[in-house]
Design a binder for this molecule. Sequence first.
Ligand code: NI
Length: 272
Amino acid sequence: MLANLGALKRSQIVSMAIATLSEHDVRLQLRSWPEVEAYLQSCKGVIIPLGSTEQHGPTGAIGTDTLTAEAVAREVAQRSGVLVTPAQAFGMAEHHLGFAGTMSLQPSTLLAVMRDLVVSLARHGFERIYVINGHGGNIATSKAAFSEAYGRAAALGLPAAAGLRCKLANWFMAGPVMAKARQLYGDKEGHHATPSEIALTLHLHPGLAAKLRPLPDPGPPGPIAGPADFRRRHPDGRMGSDPSLASAAAGSILLELAATALTEDLKRFLQD
Ligand code: NI
């Protein structure tokens, strides 16, 4: 990325060095295509943040899963120097459709979207696709999409096909994140609208704290089928969680833990 340093004046070098630390450098949205082409000469890795737009209980932001995945992804990108794409903000949230504001892709739609995004990147020579995910409902479909992408890339005869690898990294399931959540919230972490994910949104958008209020005991988390069953079993949208325990300070700690764990994981993945 800093290949032509010899041609630059000292003042330009200093300003570039400062810019290197900014997130603008690692956001695909802010790069030009020649810059991406140059980047590929030294790194074949790229990060895709994957979220969901779905209800997060009576006090949580609809965008929680996308906000959190994108924040972790940008932090990992800055620490690793690996490009990060725009977030895929819509996920497989069919079971949340009983609550207003949820926007879902059916599994087959998400599968096609993720497959096409991976194949687009592979066409340019990207070989290590690292998906940082914020929503459990995306896991099965993303893995199926990777399988289709490998087949499609090979069928198209893409030079990157032989070396193409995709990995799903669920930030909320990173060992240190789960351990911290257990320590902070115990069994009030629950399965959905968890205080740990809500804490991260409070760190990112402090104004969201105004929505928090004490909530009744959510009852135990349980299996759910479709949207009507979810609403019947968990009428306020939470699943075994107490998001009122969330704080921005805890969110900052969880972001640090997630970014550290996933940056290490990404480095191993790039070397594989
Ligand atoms: Ni969530």
